[in-house]
Design a protein around this ligand. Structure first.
Ligand code: AMP
Length: 237
C-alpha cells in the first residue's frame, strides 16, 4: 500500500463514496501512480498484473472525468476487455453517479438487449473486442464521442489472439481521445501498439515485490476435488 490516501488524489465525491463503501482504505501502488496522470488527462502505460487494483486505477479517474451529466447518447469511454468482472467493478465504482450507465457487451450474450441499451445511451462500454466490432459493423456503436479508451491486460489480448481486433477498434477512436494501456508484460507487439497509439504516455511501473497485496497471506493445500469444501471449511475454522 502507498502512503497517499484517496481523498488527496482529488477524486469526486460520488467516486470517493463508492470507494469507501467498498472498504478500500488506501490506494494500491498502481492506483497511486496512475490516478493523478489520468485525472490530468494524460495517456498512461502501466505495468501491473491482475490483483494489483488495476481496474480501479483506471476506472476511478475515468469516472471522475466523465462526470454525471449525460451529453448525448453516444458512449464516452470504451474498455475492450475479456473479463466480465471489469464491467461489474465499473458499475460498483459508478453507483453514486446519477444517471450513469455502464454497458457490458460480451460475445455470447443477447445482442437485442445490447442494441436497446446503446440506443438509449450509455457512458461507458466494456466488452469483448469481437462483440464491439459486431456493433461497429451494425453501426450500433458510435465511437465519435469517445474521450477515453482503456486497454487492460494487453498481453492477454495478444496471447488469446484478440490484438488485431483491438487495433481495429483503436484505429477508429478519435485521435485526441485519452488512452491508457495496462499489461503485466511488454512483448514487442504490445510495445508497437503502445508506441503507435500512446506515444507520449506517462509510464507507471510497479516493482515486482509490491505486486501482491501485503496484508494478504497466501497459502495452498493440495486436495482431491471432492475434498475441496471440507478442506476449505477446516482452513477457515
Ligand atoms: P484488480 O487488480 O483490479 O482485479 O483488483 C483486485 C482486487 O482488489 C479487487 O477485488 C478489488 O476490489 C480490490 N481492490 C482494488 N483496489 C483496492 C484498494 N485500494 N484497497 C483494497 N482493495 C482493493
Amino acid at each position: 500500500m502507498s502512503s497517499v490516501d484517496f481523498e488527496s488524489l482529488g477524486l469526486s465525491a460520488p467516486v470517493l463514496k463508492a470507494v469507501k463503501q467498498l472498504g478500500y482504505e488506501q490506494p494500491t501502488p498502481i492506483q497511486a501512480g496512475s490516478i493523478p496522470h489520468i485525472l490530468e488527462g494524460r495517456d498512461v502505460i502501466g505495468s501491473a498484473q491482475t490483483g494489483t487494483g488495476k481496474t480501479a486505477a483506471y476506472a476511478l479517474p475515468i469516472l471522475h472525468r466523465l462526470g454525471g451529466h449525460r451529453q448525448g447518447a453516444a458512449p464516452r469511454c470504451l474498455v475492450p476487455e475479456l473479463a466480465i468482472q471489469v464491467a461489474e467493478a465499473f458499475q460498483s465504482y459508478a453507483k453514486h453517479i446519477k444517471g450513469f450507465n455502464v454497458l457490458p457487451i460480451y460475445g455470447g450474450a443477447d445482442i437485442g438487449g445490447q442494441l436497446r441499451s446503446l440506443k438509449r445511451g450509455v457512458q461507458v462500454v466494456v466488452g469483448t473486442p469481437g462483440r464491439m466490432l459486431d456493433h461497429l459493423r451494425r453501426r450500433s456503436l458510435d465511437l465519435s464521442q469517445i474521450k477515453g479508451l482503456i486497454l487492460d491486460e494487453a498481453d492477454e489480448m495478444l496471447r488469446m489472439g484478440f490484438i488485431d481486433d483491438v487495433e481495429t477498434i483503436l484505429a477508429q477512436t478519435p485521435p485526441e481521445c485519452q488512452r491508457a494501456l495496462f499489461s503485466a508484460t511488454m512483448p514487442p507487439t504490445i510495445r508497437r501498439v503502445a508506441e503507435k497509439y500512446l506515444g507520449d504516455a506517462e509510464r507507471v511501473n510497479i516493482e515486482a515485490k509490491t505486486k501482491t497485496v501485503e496484508r494478504i497471506e497466501q497459502q495452498y493445500v493440495t486436495v482431491k476435488s471432492h475434498q475441496k469444501m471440507d478442506a476449505l471449511t477446516r482452513v477457515l475454522k
